[in-house]
Design a protein. Structure first.
Ligand code: GLC
Length: 425
């Protein structure tokens, strides 16, 4: 099934208000031997050993489970497409899987993920996890996924070239240009400009930095002066040479590699890039600082709230359910959050690990990002987000590459998104 057919199927399922049944009547008995639980996740980068150890701890504690991990590609949209196709087709060859913060409402609405409210009551989720992560997990007062780690957009800079962070967009562009002109780097400021989900995150951050809002009532706001300001600024970064033309084909990893190789002075990325840039052998090790994104006024900007949750395939066999829920509890525990922060530079989705001395000492940059995470803002929260995003990706990409003016791109995006959501001004 191609993406458009999958979206259509989703729409049909959501309109009828019911997804595929959990297939209770056709449940086979539990096979003999170890219970095999399949966990699908994206790579965490870094040394795989600590993550394997985390899973092995669970296998030891449970005594009768084998956790099989199946890695997914790194790009969030590619993974989304995979799940859409697999879940719509009724796949039950995987049990626990990662869901980007922007998919949970859609997957829940389609009936493709299990309601976890009795194992993870919404009140407990709200109490123990950061508000953005809890908001992504709970849809219509039910828990549909358990937060795993959170992300937010941050600004990276080379401290040997820029002792203090640029605070305004003008300062950012000037610092990038002067670093290029001075010959220290050949790419000034790198970010994610490829036509994909990451671009939407980058544009929202700039739109918020220009003082824009995401939604008003139920309507996604796009055709606004702030959004026009944001897209014009991003276009200017490319046109002026403050950002290299290659930004329009960069996703997270391409930007990180440019920055880590020493070619760029500044980068927008998620927190994971810090641990990578500081690794032994990294050409920029010891010369990297992380700060809040800039804004038009110089006040600390708002990063996009990202990150992943753990969801349970609604078609996963009933005899696996108890152990699958225990695995989700294990992977999202405070201790697991700490281990992910220390070994993979992932920001805990829980509140408590930020106070944990192991994180404060062993991952001080991650611990120090708490105020930045608390300022992070979500992309439009609606079950139709993935469809909206597809429209935004095309229009934002056309505007930053100069194919359409920001005015034209935003007025087209507004009309299309209003049509999809049935909202009117
Ligand atoms: C990161 C974020 C995720 C976002 C994606 C976009 O993986 O955690 O929320 O959708 O980047 O590329």
């Amino acid at each position: 099934m191609n993406r458009r057919d999958a979206l259509r199927a989703l729409f049909a399922a959501s309109l009828s208000g019911c997804g595929r049944s959990s297939g209770k009547g056709d449940e086979p008995p539990r096979p003999a031997g170890k219970l095999r639980i399949v966990f699908k996740h994206q790579p965490l980068w870094g040394d795989p050993a600590p993550f394997r150890e985390l899973l092995a701890d669970f296998e030891r504690q449970s005594g009768d489970v084998e956790v099989v991990t199946e890695p997914l590609p790194n790009a969030s949209d590619v993974v989304h497409q995979f799940f859409l196709t697999a879940l719509e087709g009724g796949a039950r060859d995987f049990d626990v899987f990662i869901a980007d913060v922007v998919w949970v409402a859609e997957l829940a609405r389609a009936g493709w993920i299990a309601d976890l409210s009795s194992a993870f009551p919404p009140d407990a989720i709200r109490k123990e996890f950061l508000p953005g992560a809890a908001q992504a997990a709970i849809v219509d007062q039910k828990t549909w996924a358990v937060p795993w780690y959170v992300d937010t957009g941050v600004l990276y800079r080379r401290t040997d070239l820029l002792p203090s962070p640029p605070l305004t967009y003008d300062e950012l562009a000037e610092s990038a240009l002067s670093a290029v002109r001075g010959g220290a780097v050949d790419q000034g400021y790198v970010w994610q400009g490829r036509q994909y989900e990451g671009l939407v995150c980058n544009v929202y951050e700039t739109l918020w930095g220009f003082g824009g809002e995401t939604m008003r009532g139920g309507r996604v706001l796009l055709d606004t002066p702030e959004a026009r300001g944001a897209l014009s600024y991003m276009r200017r970064l490319l046109a002026s040479g403050a950002s290299p033309a290659s930004v329009t084909s960069q996703a997270e990893e391409e930007s990180r590699r440019s920055f880590q190789s020493g070619r760029a002075a500044l980068m927008r990325n998620w927190p994971y890039a810090y641990a990578e840039a500081q690794k032994e052998g990294s050409p920029v090790r010891g010369k990297v600082a992380v700060s809040a994104l800039p804004s038009v006024s110089g006040a600390a900007g708002h990063g996009t709230l990202g990150g992943y949750l753990l969801a349970l395939n609604a078609r996963s066999h009933a005899y696996k359910r108890e152990r699958a829920l225990q695995l989700m509890a294990h992977l999202s525990s405070a201790d697991a959050n700490v281990r992910l922060a220390l070994n993979y530079g992932r920001n805990p989705a829980r509140r408590a690990p930020y106070e944990d001395p192991r994180v404060q000492q062993g991952a001080s940059v991650i611990a120090g990002l708490l105020p930045v995470i608390e300022r992070a803002r979500p992309r439009p929260v609606t079950p139709y987000y993935p469809m909206i995003s597809e429209v935004l990706q095309g229009e934002f990409s056309a505007a930053i590459s100069g194919i359409r003016s920001p005015e034209e791109a935003l007025s087209r995006a507004q009309a299309l998104v209003d049509h999809l959501t049935g909202e009117r001004p």
